[in-house]
Design a protein around this ligand. Structure first.
Ligand code: ADP
Length: 597
């Protein structure tokens, strides 16, 4: 079969996405390839399809078992012979796979990088006919990336041991420096470099200063995502649990997930989320790498991520089906202090300076007032025009700024008058004239700054303090005690004016743009969609696979609009190829017939 026929037959797509053909053609001519394409751009197809056109087996190196497992399940569902070899299998199972490999019955073999140092495994590879190697998540090879993995370093042995077998390396995120490092570490021979634009046009990106613990902002955001699948990221294990139970208390279907949970529990939450049985997962970053759930409609960060690479990867998990998705980053100056402390604790290596630098870029991104997509692109050495309507900064370009010099001077004075000996909450309580025993015991009700700050709520004072941290007018010392810096002293003396975006002093009503789906999918019939979804769920249950492997949400929406009555009609629909039609087509035609009757 030709490229286009394979695309339709096995994958159910009618056209290639940008850059896919370029990479496929390079692989077919047995050249090395290095592709950088955002999450959801369609990288897997770039190696899966040429593998079907070439003799032999393709060996895919991938960092995570869950990721490999999902890929193998999805491939098998499309009628493609795929397998994985991992430490999870028993001898009998891996023997069977080895025998199938020997008989040339497997097209794609997924393995973890540590396999490649196993002499037994390597000698088996030497006996096979390998058409090309694939390195997935190739940024893990580079120390300058954000997820360096020691065992990825060993991948240099591929070119040493298999000099005439080509390598195709893929990643979603790499600056120019990381890209060159990947090529060098893997020993790629003049690779075809294909770099897609990083712009995810279906993602609307927002970033806001967090007000208090951010929970009110989270609830406000979720109002426009009723029933949508989403991930909420937070920093600590404890906060995943407390936010999940807060959401449950508000009637939201949420579960927590973190690395400290028993494996069985983690697998259950993961499985339930992927199968649409849980709406929201509140997780530490342990969750979601390589997650292949295409209908994640939103990602929220409750705190500042360490790097823009992390941020971009995490938000990238939303909207892989190409439909509209939204992301919200909540951050505060205290996050910056905390992240800095984590880095302070690292050993003195070049990596440490690098980490400060990355954090600094992340901070500037979050506070920045230019197009969010544009600043991400710039970080990865890519250029693009303003997105215009896909980020908060472009949607609300002219937010008013107000002068807060007077309240700022009050706050700084209160820190100073309480002898720079107390935490922020205490200082604000003094300003707002609290009658708390501790304040009276310390005679702080007798200070000139006592009760001069009633015009603002506590939350608003916290925001003003955040602004001072951002500007470096105060610092946080041991026991969270606030100190003035030299700049802070100058502000008290009236030498500087301080301003603030007006919207930061109120919990802004998120002016969420109504989502308009591509190709007018917004017109889909929710009722019919739900019935199709129910059938999809039954089929998924019966076959023990996640629902999106049967059909994606996009496919179901298209079905609810076009209501095909026969095979031809079904095959026109996005995501339905011959194989999928063979497996599930008739059942859906029958249901559509019943609905239409
Ligand atoms: P990546 O690995 O780059 O994150 P995937 O390979 O997982 O992306 O693909 C993301 C989604 O895009 C999948 O749902 C896939 O079915 C879909 N896709 C890939 N190629 C095409 C195409 N040519 N036409 C339509 N959809 C595609």
């Amino acid at each position: 079969m030709k490229k286009h026929e394979l695309l339709e037959h096995y994958f159910g797509h009618t056209t290639f996405r940008p850059f896919q053909e370029e990479v496929i053609d390079s692989i077919l001519t047995s050249g090395d390839v290095l592709m950088i394409l955002p999450t959801g751009g369609g990288k897997s197809l770039c190696y899966q399809l040429p593998s079907l056109m070439m003799e032999g087996v393709t060996v895919v190196v991938s960092p995570l078992l869950a990721l490999m497992h999902d890929q193998v399940v999805a491939l098998k569902a499309n009628g493609i012979a795929a397998a994985m070899l991992s430490s999870m299998q028993d001898h009998q199972e891996s023997d069977e796979i080895e025998r199938a490999l020997g008989r040339g019955e497997i097209k794609l073999l997924y393995v973890a990088p540590e396999r490649l140092t196993n002499p037994y495994f390597l000698s088996m590879l030497h006996r096979l006919q390998i058409n090309f190697f694939v390195i997935d998540e190739a940024h893990c090879v580079s120390e300058w990336g954000h997820e360096f993995r020691e065992n990825y370093r060993q991948l240099s042995l591929l070119k040493e041991q298999f000099p005439s077998t080509s390598i195709a390396a893929f990643t979603a995120t790499a600056t120019n420096a990381v890209e060159s490092d990947i090529a060098e570490q893997l020993g790629l021979d003049n690779p075809a470099r294909v770099r897609g634009s990083l712009f995810r046009s279906n993602l609307t990106i927002r970033a806001e200063h967090r007000i208090k613990d951010g929970r009110a902002q989270l609830l406000e955001f979720l109002k426009s995502h009723k029933g949508d699948a989403g991930i909420v990221y937070t920093l600590s294990r404890k906060s995943t649990e407390s936010i999940a139970s807060f959401l449950q208390g508000k009637g939201v279907d949420a579960k927590s997930y973190h690395a400290g949970m028993p494996t069985q529990e983690k697998n259950r939450v993961y499985g339930d989320f992927v199968s649409d049985r849980i709406q929201i997962v509140v997780a530490t970053i342990a969750f979601g790498m390589g997650i292949d759930k295409s209908n994640i409609r939103f990602v929220v960060h409750m705190t500042l991520p360490k790097t823009l690479e992390n941020f971009y990867q995490e938000i990238g998990r939303a909207g892989r089906d190409g439909l509209e998705a939204e992301t919200l980053l909540l951050f505060s100056a205290q996050d910056i202090v905390q992240q800095k402390m984590f880095i302070d604790d690292l050993a003195d290596t070049p990596y440490k300076a690098h980490a400060y630098n990355k954090l600094d870029k992340m901070v500037r991104f979050s506070q920045g007032e230019i197009c969010r997509h544009q600043s991400i692109a710039a970080y990865f050495d890519d250029k693009m025009d303003k997105c215009n309507d896909k980020c908060d900064n472009c949607l609300q370009p002219d937010i008013k700024r107000i002068d807060i010099t007077t309240p700022v001077r009050k706050l700084l004075s209160a820190i100073f008058r309480t002898r720079q000996n107390f935490g922020l909450h205490y200082v604000i309580d003094v300003l707002r004239g609290s009658k708390e025993k501790r304040i009276l015991d310390n005679h702080h009700d007798e200070l000139s700054v006592y009760n001069i700050g009633e015009e603002y709520s506590k939350a608003q004072w916290l925001t003003i303090a955040d602004r001072l941290l951002e500007l470096g007018a105060v610092e946080i010392g041991e026991f969270k005690v606030y100190h003035l810096t030299q700049f802070g002293v100058e502000v008290i003396k009236g030498e500087h004016k301080i301003d603030l975006r007006e919207d930061r002093l109120a919990i802004r009503k998120t002016t969420t743009k109504k989502r308009s789906a591509i190709n007018d999918l917004s017109e889909y019939d929710k009722n019919i969609f739900d019935k199709l979804k129910a059938l999809r769920w039954e089929i998924a249950q019966a076959n023990n696979i996640p629902p999106y492997i049967v059909f994606s949400d996009k496919t179901l929406k298209e079905l609810s609009i076009s209501m095909p009555k026969n095979r031809e009609g079904m095959l026109e629909v996005h995501g339905i190829g011959e194989v999928k039609f063979e497996r599930y087509g008739e059942e859906f035609i029958r249901l559509i017939g019943e609905i239409g009757a």
